[in-house]
Design a protein around this ligand. Structure first.
Ligand SMILES: [Zn+2]
Ligand SMILES: [Zn+2]
Length: 175
């Protein structure tokens, strides 16, 4: 007789999205299954950090992420750099494989945290993130090094600091 199949799991909504680094040292779950938003960032910092043309981030409420569970905090390494607005970006990464997991900004007062934590979208396990549904916004496109593709919603810098421009392809222009 073949082993009996495992009984089906109850269909409860997942508590959050599973996240891991490249080596498996860091594993965690996002605080909710649905990010507040997502963006692709073409700034020079994200390019350097990702080692690629742009970064991809999904956002979750800071007060659901912090304070970090103690065992997670003990495993993560932190790299800090100043932000343009006089605060500090705290960048949490795996010290074994170097993969960035999330960034949390402390404002210029040195105490208050920015309301959203940016998780690196590619650290979320395959199949869990709605990339096509969420990934419409491109920010800091003034420093983009690749051609902006048709349909992308682009901001020169950040939303709120200028209009969104939807990239039109040649087909669109010809009507
Ligand atoms: Zn790792
Ligand atoms: Zn950026």
């Amino acid at each position: 007789m073949a082993d009996s199949l495992p009984s089906p799991q109850p269909t409860e909504p997942p508590a959050g999205l599973p996240v891991s680094c490249q080596c498996g040292n860091i594993t965690l779950t996002t605080p909710t299954p649905s990010p507040m938003g997502m963006s692709y960032c073409h700034c020079t910092t994200c390019r350097k950090q990702s080692g690629s043309a742009f970064g991809a981030s999904v956002y979750f409420p800071t007060d659901l992420v912090f304070p970090l569970p103690r065992d997670l905090e003990a495993k993560l390494a932190v790299f800090e750099h100043p932000t343009d607005s006089g605060g500090t970006m705290r960048c949490f990464f795996c010290p074994k494989c170097g993969v960035r997991i999330f960034n949390a900004a402390v404002l210029a007062d040195g105490r208050t945290m920015r309301e959203m934590v940016a998780f690196k979208a590619g650290a979320i396990e395959e199949g869990w993130l709605d990339w096509k549904g969420l990934g419409k916004e491109h920010v800091f496109t003034r420093s983009a090094v690749i051609e902006l593709a048709e349909g992308w919603v682009c901001y020169e810098t950040m939303p709120g600091e200028g209009p969104a421009v939807v990239v039109k392809g040649e087909k669109g222009e010809r009507g």
